[in-house]
Design a protein around this ligand. Structure first.
Ligand code: GLN
Length: 313
């Protein structure tokens, strides 16, 4: 093992040990009943470098609900399907409001601000669904996840999907509201069925870090050589992750961590250090914006110790 790899392994383990001691763990999401059962002591961290070396610590192999992190992959898929025309359906500006907010939609006549707030992700799901049955669209999303992660075992946690389907009243409202502006082409219940199921994909930190490699290395998985998107598209997805990936906590995340990142209410975060690393962290306790609290703290420590901030050391 090279010196820098053993250094990275040491840093990852140190950070996991530090996180285990922290009393401030945030609150586990409870608006999706199935997520409320997860213990907030859980913590996992995995870093993959360009040579395929993996540094991991904590609950790095335990699957968790990726929730909104799936929006990075559905955005990638939708851009592959319709290209830059996607930006007529959804904007790419930070919203400065919570992930499930409805107010902006009225002012902007049903066109969501960006693909990472719920309204935007629902619009992106509608694009993927067009011309397909919900089952086929979901199969396409799952195949893409397995392809980029290079792991055929990734699956949907049906109990999480069913739990959100029963209680997702805000998302049901958002989707109906967009439908009233004519911005969804497919039936609302089909779009939401696919949306709830892709949010319910379960992955471990290791699988997620593997899946993020195409974003860290200009569209190509450096281990398999497989291309997922063009370099330009990877760069732009990273830009949207940086500006919008943490909702109204995106500015704070950029300020503290300095890396493109996407959070989910399951407590996961996928972050990319372009050309250097793909990183996944999981700590289920959330801050007031619905982003993993210790996930952000751990990424701030990692980025600082490795000198990985895109804004300079
Ligand atoms: N499925 C969740 C929801 O729609 C995703 C939200 C999130 O992870 N921020 O509420």
């Amino acid at each position: 093992m090279s010196r820098s790899v053993s250094n990275l392994t040491t840093i990852v383990k140190e950070i996991a040990d530090e996180m285990a001691q922290r009393p401030d763990r945030g609150e586990v999401a409870n608006y999706i009943p199935e997520l409320a059962n997860v213990h907030n002591k859980r913590f996992g961290l995995v870093v993959v470098d360009g040579a395929g070396n993996v540094a991991s610590a904590g609950d790095s192999e335990m699957p968790f609900s990726i929730q909104s992190i799936s929006k990075v992959f559905t955005l990638t898929l939708a851009l592959g399907l319709v290209g830059d025309k996607l930006w007529q359906r959804v904007g790419r500006e930070p919203s400065g409001s919570p992930f499930n907010s409805i107010v902006q939609l009225e002012y902007e006549r049903g066109k969501p601000r960006n693909p990472f707030i719920n309204a935007g992700a629902i619009a992106v799901t509608d694009v993927i669904l067009s011309g397909h049955q919900p089952r086929e669209a979901l199969g396409e999303i799952l195949r893409f996840m397995r392809f980029v992660a290079d792991d055929p075992s990734i699956a949907i946690d049906e109990s999480v999907a069913a739990s959100e389907q029963r209680t997702g009243f805000r998302n049901i409202a958002l989707a109906n509201y967009m439908k009233s502006f004519g911005v969804l082409d497919n039936p609302v219940n089909h779009v939401l069925g696919v949306y709830f199921h892709h949010c319910a994909i379960a992955m471990s930190c290791r699988q997620l870090a593997m899946a993020g490699r195409y974003l860290a290395w200009s569209g190509v998985n450096p281990s398999t050589g497989h291309s997922a998107v063009s370099a330009e598209r990877a760069r732009r997805i990273n830009a949207v992750m940086l500006t919008c990936g943490h909702y109204d906590g995106s500015g704070e995340f950029a300020f503290r961590v300095g890396l493109p990142g996407k959070s989910g209410v399951g407590g996961g975060v996928l972050a990319v250090a372009p050309g250097k690393a793909s990183i996944a962290v999981w700590s289920p306790g959330l801050d007031v914006h619905g982003n993993s609290h210790l996930g952000r703290v751990a990424l701030e420590a990692l980025s600082k110790r490795m000198g990985w901030s895109i804004f300079g050391v």
